[in-house]
Design a protein around this ligand. Sequence first.
Ligand code: DMJ
Length: 456
Amino acid sequence: VSLQMMKHAWDNYKRYAWGLNELKPISKQGHSSNLFGNIQGATIVDALDTLYIMEMKEEFKEAKEWVEKNLDFNVNAEISVFEVNIRFVGGLLSAYYLSGEEVFRKKAVELGEKLLPAFNTPTGIPWALLNIKSGIGRNWPWASGGSSILAEFGTLHLEFVHLSHLSGNPVFAEKVMNIRKVLNRLDKPEGLYPNYLNPSSGQWGQHHVSIGGLGDSFYEYLLKAWLMSDKTDEDGKKMYYDAVQAIETHLIRKSSGGLTYIAEWKGGLLEHKMGHLTCFAGGMFALGADGAPSDKTGHHIELGAEIARTCHESYDRTRMKLGPEAFRFDGGVEAIATRQNEKYYILRPEVIETYMYMWRLTHDPKYREWGWEAVEALEKHCRVDGGYSGLRDVYNNHESHDDVQQSFFLSETLKYLYLLFSEDDLLPFEHWVFNTEAHPLPVLHKDDGSKEENQK
Ligand code: DMJ
């Protein structure tokens, strides 16, 4: 089914928005997000590996030809370093490792080089935004005191380690190792990492801690850096398990109805709200269970299972059976969005991602059942003639479509659905880690530096 869904999403993108970043499935035209500046083709690059994995050979070939002829980084564009890294660098790296086609390696390294000036700050903590022509960087104007964002500068590690590996140039890995060093020197309030860090002073901004937006994939990349290093990156491992310990003590709570959730922390006060983005953490806890101290393994799996259950409830308690952007545990509600501006669903993957990890790690059939519920809801409410659209209010009787087919729907949501219903030997966890945009990167085995070459 996810293959048919991919075909519908891809065919319509191709028909109405080919070469542009994303598709507007209702108005049947291109959609351009300022996150990618003038870099074009986000959907193509994000979808390459999904096409490959689903064996959509014709489509993969036309996507590759587009990359060869049209993907151009010599543009005057201010881009989000994080978004371009996870979608474009990550997408190109996976396409290379899966297919062995040199063009993807070349483009990934070329783009990586374009991103390097972002690190020209007094601390080496990169800027959020970069003009890839002038090399001038800056931070989001809304970010506390000119800060860089934890989930942005903390989500470069996997891709940059691979860029060094593939180019033979150590500079990429050095840049991300330096981020680790800066973080390790700092005092952490209650052992937690605030979302804001000033790249000039090297001091934290506002003490806002979140495992959802602004924080999320930083934690994910600590764990995955350790896994991707064939479990040699002890520093990444320690940082991950220490952080999880602090998260459990200060952020994880149980509602009176018995649902485990992860709250947000603002200078010591808890906001009892969980974002859709936070739901990825169920899969992360389960994936990290194996490396936890031996008496904690079962506990981390259990934590993953509880987060999966809570996130499933957030879907089940809506009319459309798709979860809201954020749900709350206060004012008499549990796992329900109470604010109008938190009721939307933009085809996000995190809940299905967690089902996929839980399925692989426990084989409890309920995760496939829950994934199937999501497929039915997507088909019923998000599928339109011109592709798939997000929804403005998942509690409403009638669909109000937002008219955007996000590129992560093709790279993540559909890929994780496909994996959820595939055998475990398709991209096995011993050999692959997924970047935060679901692009698989090979584990760099310590005994054989060229191992990934054998897996093509
Ligand atoms: C994706 O780009 C990535 O999963 C990122 O980590 C968070 N946001 C979107 C999906 O929701």
